[in-house]
Design a protein around this ligand. Structure first.
Ligand code: ZN
Length: 297
């Protein structure tokens, strides 16, 4: 009986598809303000005169992370386009087995695609929060409309917010790239993750940058280092239920949202809500920054 049992187990293992065995799933979320050389709107959107070249740099930074992650054992890689219109990455530059998430709105925002099967998360091209006095193009979710976002009472950057969503699914953030201010801010919340500093902030619209090739090499090296010590990183868990406060540049968004019982008006520019977890907190946050009654189609 015992021998038969072992044989059954052994043959079952052999019959299992590779996907059920040693898969190592990595999600790479890619923003643009922290990409090498980006400093102004000239690089960051389709109307900027340097956008075409910089979306190529952005893509190559992501590809550098993908290539290094695969060399270090990643078997399944999802890349999310997490900047602007969500249509920046040049998808033809990625290896054929990579999946790319594009455009908005979408559940789980910048880390769409994360689930309990994802083993590690990386942030490429991330930037500091709108409350950071340093940081190139520092903002939180919307540079045009929001002046502050807090999570459980502390100001939060897009990076630490996204890390908390990943943490809900037990996926640790292990590496990021961006300017020095962005890296310091995420590390202060999430811990001492590996980081590739693509530029030194000199102000909101100025930086001392490394060159694109140096950035690809640095990102590859830091991804390799992060994968090597992957077991050291813990998921970023926040206390639940979560309390979120959002401050708007203007008045009427806060006033109108407070008509709904889910929102409390904290001050003239701010609302507060509670959510049972980060998934719900992100869904409500997405609604707040997306919904307009004249949306089409
Ligand atoms: Zn962005």
């Amino acid at each position: 009986m015992r021998t038969i049992g072992i044989l059954v187990i052994a043959s079952t293992l052999l019959l299992l598809p590779v996907s059920a065995q040693n898969r190592l799933r990595v999600l790479i979320s890619v923003d643009m303000e922290g990409v090498v050389g980006t400093v102004t709107g000239d690089q960051l959107g389709p109307t900027g005169f340097e956008y075409g070249r910089f979306r190529d740099f952005m893509t190559r930074e992501a590809v550098a992370a993908v290539t290094a992650a695969r060399a270090a054992g990643a078997t399944d890689i999802i890349v999310t386009d997490a900047h602007g219109n969500g249509e920046n990455l040049l998808i033809e530059q990625f290896p054929p087995d990579v999946r790319v998430i594009r455009s908005w709105p979408r559940q789980l925002g910048m880390v769409a695609g994360v689930d309990q099967q994802v083993d590690a998360v990386m942030f490429i091209g991330y930037h500091a929060s709108t409350n950071n006095v340093k940081g190139v193009r520092a903002h939180t979710f919307s540079s045009g409309t929001l002046t502050k976002v807090t999570l459980n009472g502390a100001t939060v950057s897009e990076g630490s917010w996204a890390a908390a969503i990943a943490g809900h699914f037990n996926a640790p953030v292990i590496m990021m790239s961006g300017d020095d201010a962005a890296i310091a801010e995420v590390r202060s919340a999430v811990g001492n993750i590996e980081a590739a500093e693509t530029k030194r902030t000199l102000g909101f619209h100025s930086a001392m940058t490394i060159t694109p090739q140096a950035s690809y090499d640095l990102i590859a090296a830091r991804v390799k280092a992060a994968m090597a010590r992957r077991s050291e990183f813990k998921p970023y868990k926040v206390t639940t239920p979560v309390t979120v406060e959002i401050s708007f540049k203007n008045y009427t968004a806060a006033e109108t949202l407070a008509f709904l019982p889910v929102f409390e008006r904290v001050d003239a520019h701010s609302i507060r809500y509670r959510a049972k977890d980060m998934v719900e907190a992100e869904a409500i946050r997405t609604f707040i920054t997306t919904y307009r009654p004249d949306m089409t189609p």
